[in-house]
Design a protein around this ligand. Structure first.
Ligand code: NIG
Ligand code: FE
Length: 402
């Protein structure tokens, strides 16, 4: 039995429309699960700190659910820091792509890496994510763009999931770009006829995503990929309306995707459609920040009543492992309140990756995935931007970072 006591604040549940906090509170953990949350004086009377297996004095600190990062491309090889300078010099994402950089550069280095190397590289990313309070994360393939490397990326995710405390949810993203040796039509055939069946056969992904974007995969090609995925048991997700208003958000609503992600160019009608179809909007403010473009309009999704989630989009173009920083940008760049942004990074993020059965909250019965912050309230996550105030992390009740 573990007791986190004396906390200045415990956030038990946060979503887009509600937050539940307790001041001077304690959390009791038993067998990896949250057993009780209540006033610290009451819980310490029933369970004196000297009698439990581990007692953590969280005096002056804040206890929040471990962050859930619902959109990452955390497995990749190579370095694209040179593109950072190109972006600063005014190049757009598409121009860098047209020059042979961007996704295809990472594809070249990822194809060359062994599966063991991919596992090691992913574990390094996961260590940083964990130190920043992430306890569950989605990870996509998509830097192989042929069956063998796509399968090896998903295998690396499966191995890292076994080896690392962070729980991983795997997404197949074969339709991330068109490889240089192919053309769009025949590549979509390959994704649909060869890659998706192979992925389904190995049972190593839960979701199928597509980069639905002008000059990449159009609406009909994207729909084909998503429907083929669904026929093989992979739930759809969509990179939608990131660089232009192509219609990916409406497509996500049409196919009943688990989430539609990015949404920089989505309109009010798109937001309504998502909400009606019960598709989670996943906003990635780090991407807009790193590209120096306008943020998504979070308010239109909140007005539509949608369960807005926030993610890092960790990838070589948007190189941040920090959900705390994403929460800061959600507030400062997209006008969300600290409570809503925290909800977007916990409960709502879990919902966006089909984990609405416990992670992302600290309530009796939920897994004891907990971050203890060296801060007096949850508002300090966004308020104290650019700083990691995560001090201790528990995963399934085990202290995995301190
Ligand atoms: O979510 N938009 C497509 N995919 C990623 C970028 C991947 C990359 O640039 O390597 C994204 O922004
Ligand atoms: Fe992405």
């Amino acid at each position: 039995m573990k007791l986190i006591h004396n906390a200045a604040e415990v956030v038990t549940v946060a979503t887009h429309d509600r937050i539940e906090t307790h001041e001077q509170a304690a959390v009791l953990v038993e067998d990896g699960t949250v057993e009780a949350v209540g006033p610290s004086d009451e819980l310490t009377r029933s369970y004196p700190p000297e009698t439990v297996d581990v007692a953590i004095d969280a005096g002056g600190k804040t206890v929040v659910p471990g962050f859930v990062d619902p959109h990452t491309h955390a497995v990749f090889a190579g370095d694209r820091s040179n593109e950072f300078e190109a972006k600063l010099a005014g190049k757009t994402y598409q121009e860098i792509r047209d020059d042979g950089g961007g996704i295809l550069r990472t594809v070249r280095s990822t194809r060359e890496a062994s599966t063991d190397q991919l596992v090691d590289l992913l574990l390094e990313q996961l260590d940083v994510m964990l130190a920043h309070g992430t306890t569950t994360a989605e990870v996509k393939s998509g830097y192989g763009l042929e069956t063998e490397t796509e399968l090896r990326m998903l295998k690396a995710i499966e191995i890292a999931d076994d080896e690392h405390p962070i729980d991983l949810v795997a997404t197949f993203l074969g339709a991330h770009d068109v490889p240089p040796e192919s053309n769009t039509e025949s590549y979509v055939d390959d994704v649909v006829e060869s890659q998706i069946p192979a992925v389904a056969d190995q049972g190593i992904a839960e979701f199928c995503d597509v980069f639905c974007e002008t000059g990449v995969f159009d609406i009909e090609q994207s729909r084909r990929v998503l429907e083929a995925g669904r026929d093989h048991g992979l739930m759809p997700k969509v990179h939608a309306d990131e660089l232009s208003h192509l219609g990916g958000t409406q497509l996500a609503a049409d196919v009943g995707a688990a989430s539609a992600d990015h949404l920089l160019y989505s309109t009010e009608d798109d937001a309504e459609a998502l909400s009606e179809a019960d598709v989670s909007p996943v906003l990635l403010p780090g991407t807009a920040f790193s590209l120096g473009v306008e943020y998504a309009d979070a308010q239109q999704f909140l007005d539509a009543g949608a369960p807005v989630a926030v993610a890092t989009d960790l990838n070589p173009n948007c190189y941040s492992q920090s959900m705390g920083f994403a929460v800061s940008l959600a507030c400062i760049g997209m006008g969300m309140t600290p409570a809503r942004a925290l909800g977007a990074a916990t409960s709502n993020a879990a919902r966006a990756i089909g984990r609405d059965d416990g992670p992302g909250e600290i309530t009796p019965g939920s897994p004891a995935d907990i971050a203890i912050l060296d801060a007096p309230s949850h508002a300090h996550v966004p308020y104290n931007f650019g700083v990691n105030n995560v001090e201790t992390v528990l995963k399934d009740g085990v202290i995995v970072h301190d």
